[in-house]
Design a protein around this ligand. Structure first.
Ligand SMILES: C[S@@+](CC[C@H](N)C(=O)[O-])C[C@H]1O[C@@H](n2cnc3c(N)ncnc32)[C@H](O)[C@@H]1O
Length: 318
């Protein structure tokens, strides 16, 4: 906790008491990566919902976890700010993850994550052919694309990365502004369509390949501009995806995230495998700043059914 804000005796005691119990320590350990719902925790811990909820309440009251509601879902995650958040992360560093019980929990957590990822993969494999129509349902693409070009006008872009490229539309938009373009996506079906589109449009400087936004398998500091266009709402750990993106940026590089503003179209979870119903400005800014990126003011676009936000952040010279 170097440089940490002092926590105060009572608050520290409270936080340590909260975590000084077997199930609650197991719960804390599960938050090493990402956000979880009560239902997911119940599945992992194999305890009743009221018991798990009670443990979560105690951890939240002690300031170690935070809870937020989005539609009918309630998410929990490690507290982001404050001394308790720092304490939670400090405790995390000492948790013996090799202990058998934590290994078991970790395996069940992995299954849940694989299942979620599977849902997104299935959705896109079933809808790849139709994606270009679906993507235009909620927002004016032309308006977004115009803004994307405007906010990068000042840049010399040798290396460009499109995370979750889908059918490769964003590569097409940037192709004549960049040296080389790479699109990465989990879905083979989407990539198959992206390849056809790239060939049709003669984009000799662009290529796509399969990969995961959490582990992009590219060299650190190798990209000038990275786009994450309508992908973050599928992420169960958006902050980890942003961290990975930041790793790849060169000094003076820029990342642009385009995603929905908070909304209430709950059916998108079931029908289109969305994990999050949009993001608040400050939530994404917090993740960007946590990895040392400097955020510009967020751009907002009003759509017929959904509003859109555009976050632009820069990796400044240190
Ligand atoms: C809504 S589409 C957007 C595609 C494209 N960016 C566009 O705007 O047309 C989301 C894309 O993210 C991809 N995706 C979802 N989870 C991913 C992950 N963990 N890593 C890489 N791509 C992912 C999906 O396969 C899908 O092609």
């Amino acid at each position: 906790m170097d440089g940490a804000t002092e926590i105060g005796f009572e608050r520290m005691l409270n936080a340590l008491k909260a975590v000084g119990e077997e199930t609650r320590l197991r719960i804390l350990a599960l938050f090493r990566t990402g956000e979880l719902t009560v239902t997911e925790l119940v599945t992992i811990l194999r305890q009743s919902q009221p018991r798990v909820s009670r443990h979560l309440r105690l951890l939240c009251e002690a300031g170690l976890l935070e809870r937020y509601r989005e539609g009918t879902w309630i998410f929990y995650r490690l507290a982001e700010g404050g001394p308790e958040g720092e304490l939670a992360r400090a405790i995390m560093r000492y948790i013996p993850f090799s202990a058998r019980i934590l290994q078991h929990d970790g395996e069940r957590l992995k299954e849940i994550k694989e299942d979620r990822k599977g849902r997104a993969i299935r959705y896109f494999s079933e809808n790849a052919e139709d994606w270009d129509r679906i993507r235009s349902l909620y927002v004016s693409e032309q308006e977004v694309e115009k803004i994307l070009l405007e906010v990068t006008e000042d840049m010399k872009i040798d290396d460009f990365l499109d995370v979750g490229t889908g059918t490769g539309r964003i590569l097409e938009v940037f192709a004549d502004r960049i040296g080389r373009g790479t699109g990465i996506d989990l879905s083979r079906e989407m990539l198959a369509i992206a390849r056809v589109n790239i060939e049709k449009a003669n984009l000799d400087n662009c290529q796509v390949r399969q990969g995961d936004m959490y582990d992009l398998a590219l060299s650190s500091g190798s990209m000038d501009l990275i786009l994450i266009h309508q992908v973050l709402h599928f992420a169960d750990d958006p902050s980890a995806a942003i961290r990975e993106t930041s790793r790849l940026l060169r000094q003076n590089g820029r990342v642009i995230i385009v995603d929905f503003a908070p909304h209430t179209l709950e059916y998108l979870r079931d029908e289109q495998a969305h994990r999050r119903l949009g993001f608040k400005d400050g939530e994404v800014i917090g993740w960007l700043e946590a990895v040392g990126l400097e955020s510009d003011p967020v751009i907002h676009l009003t759509g017929e059914a959904l509003d859109l936000s555009i976050w632009v952040a820069n990796k400044k010279n240190i």
